[in-house]
Ligand binder design. Structure first.
Ligand SMILES: [Zn+2]
Length: 75
């Protein structure tokens, strides 16, 4: 019965099966992923998981969007 819990998630990017490093609400991260030319395996999943490599890539687009959003909202 001492089964290892499968809490470790796998990266949600198509063609990637590395363990995830970060998780995001899909609605928040989907645009940044697309902006980098990547695709999410299950776009309807509520959570998107990114491995360290893909987070490194997506982060750049994500940060840019977050900044733009802040400017738009004035804080
Ligand atoms: Zn990945």
């Amino acid at each position: 019965m001492a089964k290892v819990s499968k809490s470790e998630k796998i990266c949600s990017i198509v063609g990637c099966d590395k363990p995830s490093k970060r998780s995001f609400a899909t609605t928040r991260i989907a645009e940044s992923v697309a902006a980098k030319g990547l695709r999410i395996k299950d776009a309807r999943a509520r959570k998107t998981y990114l491995c360290a490599d893909h987070w490194k890539i997506v982060k750049k687009a994500f940060k840019k969007e977050t900044k733009a959003e802040r400017m738009r909202w004035g804080h």
